[in-house]
Design a binder for this molecule. Structure first.
Ligand code: PEP
Length: 250
């Protein structure tokens, strides 16, 4: 049985004070469910948030990780640095990074490998644009993104990884994929992994991300291959984030 997983991606939408207020409000109202609950603050606030969540059920992750181990890479944050501040997870290849920065499937694969090497669980994000969906290329682009990482990291490393499907057309737009649309892609992703290793495919958590809100999360979680959600906008309010989290069974 795959455990539910809820990730709050705060992006660049908090400041130091609001980050701490948000984390305190989440901790104060955190009822236990069967799912694991994670917040991903901006890098700068990771040390403070990490300190605040000590001895609670809240877990910390990073929004990104560098594609290099160490050295002269101005502005980058390595997997080893994240590990020093107890990051359990790191999002790798988020749709926004793929769309707005010059990320390639290869640089995403490097980030994935470096996270795994440090014992950080990568949340490997796969995505598609609206044009790709409308021209029937969804499965091809998702397969390309996944295969680049499988080729570099090896399928065994997916034992310690999480996958997500986050259509760019649904991120921050208020448009959510329907449960059926998301399930179709999640099923495809699980089958692609199963073709290489059925056990890993059976156990790996696949999250949906894209305008998840308290009023649409149930439709998504009903689907057999949707194990959790990656939440952007709605994770900036403790109330809506906790409503989403409490959709998971106790
Ligand atoms: C995200 O940040 O991964 C995301 C899905 O954002 P939003 O929920 O705002 O669409």
């Amino acid at each position: 049985m795959r455990r539910g997983l809820v990730i709050g991606n705060w992006k660049m939408s908090v400041n130091r004070q609001s980050a701490i207020e948000l984390v305190d409000a989440i901790i104060a109202n955190l009822a236990v469910t069967s799912a694991e609950v994670v917040v991903c603050p901006p890098y700068l606030y990771i040390p403070e948030v990490s300190q605040h969540i000590k001895n609670t059920d809240l877990v910390i992750g990073a929004q990104n990780v560098a594609a290099h181990e160490t050295g002269a890479y101005t502005g980058e944050i390595s997997a080893r640095m994240l590990k020093e501040f107890n990051c359990k997870y790191a999002i790798v290849g988020h749709s926004e990074c793929r769309a707005y920065s010059d990320y390639t499937n290869i640089s995403v694969a490097k980030r994935f490998c470096l996270a795994v090497a440090e014992g950080i669980i990568p949340i490997l994000s796969t995505t598609e644009t609206l044009a790709e969906r409308e021209s029937g290329k969804t499965f091809d682009v998702i397969a390309e993104q996944l295969n680049a990482v499988i080729d570099m990291a090896g399928i065994e490393s997916f034992k310690n990884a999480v996958l997500s499907y986050e259509p760019l057309w649904a991120i921050g737009t208020g448009k959510t994929a329907t449960g059926e649309q998301a399930q179709e892609v999640h099923g495809f992703i699980r089958q692609l992994i199963a073709d290489k290793n059925p056990d890993i495919a059976h156990n790996i958590q696949i999250l949906y991300g894209g305008s998840v809100k308290p009023d649409n999360v149930q439709d998504l979680l009903k689907m057999p291959d949707i194990d959790g959600v990656l939440v952007g906008g709605a994770s900036l309010s403790a109330d809506s984030f906790l409503k989403i989290y409490s959709s998971f069974q106790k």
